[in-house]
Design a protein around this ligand. Sequence first.
Ligand code: SF4
Ligand code: SF4
Length: 468
Amino acid sequence: MSNGMMIHKYRHEGLNIVLDVNSGAVHVVDQPGWDIINLLEQGYKRNQIPRTLQGVYHQQEITEALEEIQTLMENDLLFSADYLEGYERAPEHVIKAMCFHMAHQCNMTCNYCFAGEGSFGGEKGLMSREVSFRGVDFIIQNSGLRKNCEIDFFGGEPLLNFKVIKETVDYARKKGREAGKEFKFTLTTNGLLLNQEVKDYLNEQGFSVVMSLDGRQKVNDRVRTMKNGSGSYDSLVPEYLSFVEGRNHQDYYLRGTYTAYNQDFFEDLKHLVKLGFKQISLEPVVAPSEAPYALREEHLPELYRQYEHIARYYLKLYGSENTFTFFHFTLDLSQGPCIKKRLAGCGAGTEYLAMSPQGHLYPCHQFVGKKEFLMGDVTQNLQYDRDLYQQFLRVDINRKEDCRTCWAKFYCGGGCHANAHQFNGDLYKPYTLGCRLEKKRLECALGIQAQLFLNHEQNASKEASREP
Ligand code: SF4
Ligand code: SF4
């Protein structure tokens, strides 16, 4: 097979799953279908197949499977061509979202924090009202005709600067109205300052909220420590629970990080579900390999098993009152990602920028403080560096060698630029450990969708057979 045609075949929980990479179609096939697709992938011609499989299956089985496969191919659902090969993203110069680093300081001292206790390797400090307002002006000026814009309040710990957050929200709503824009806000918090006043405010203003907690108490408290060295679990769990229940479990993520210390992170996921959380994300720590908590290649088999456990658990609870969402298993197979997302998953440096407390602009929060990626300064003017913009626009899956031939490319979009830069010093060279985990998560996510689809079909046919 050629012309960018690509499939990914794997077995998941007893199912033979075939992903047609370019169309995004997912097929669950029986054994004859699996073997025929295998032969076609190896370059066998259709008319060679009956003889090749003679004695393995009945001729009728082979003929039927071949016909079904032929129909899928004719409908561009199997071995379809890569219509995005060579496609280049045109510069649009529309910034739709910004991450405001409200505080480069933190009231916790988590071991693995990439922000170095919130300061990102620079000076500690809070964003002033003036800088924050200029950030809003920047978005309005640089978002073109786009109506919906987003601000993520981030840190360090952004709630250390709650007053300026509130003033910024008021300012953005007022200026947005005048300019025909609507702002949506997200807060990423370690939760220590999530008191009733803050909770009420976040609910009134329709914030999305990302809250940190790593799972079981001993896991969380080993790494997510307060300034006095004690753990944060006991203070956080009751506050988080009352908050998410108060917003009817809408629009939040409980975000944990797993490390080499809790390679059994399925237990953490279960723990969080049993506590009553319904929107959960557990992310692998990204850390230099010499760190004691860093994830390494030799951990992968265990980490894969954990994702398989989570996928099984997800299906077991699906439809019950304990149904939960696991961030990395959410896929929209009906729509598929849009072209821009397919080519370059995150919009860092092109649609999305981060702003430091001093008003300096960077491609995203993980680049903040890296001088070679400084893209602008809102205290000087409301422009940004077009060369760096072009540089990020060019980093897409068609130009990254590893991604071009990767079956996961249209879901992954080429991985995290910041991780590529951190580990390989090269935006074009993905962080391989991250790739392996991404692919495993995708296999589980597609497997879940396939299983749910089959369950649905079985139920429908049972219903039909019951009808008089
Ligand atoms: S998994 Fe890795 S190689 Fe594959 S598309 Fe993503 S970043 Fe590229
Ligand atoms: S570069 Fe990485 S950290 Fe930055 S926005 Fe993209 S995915 Fe997120």
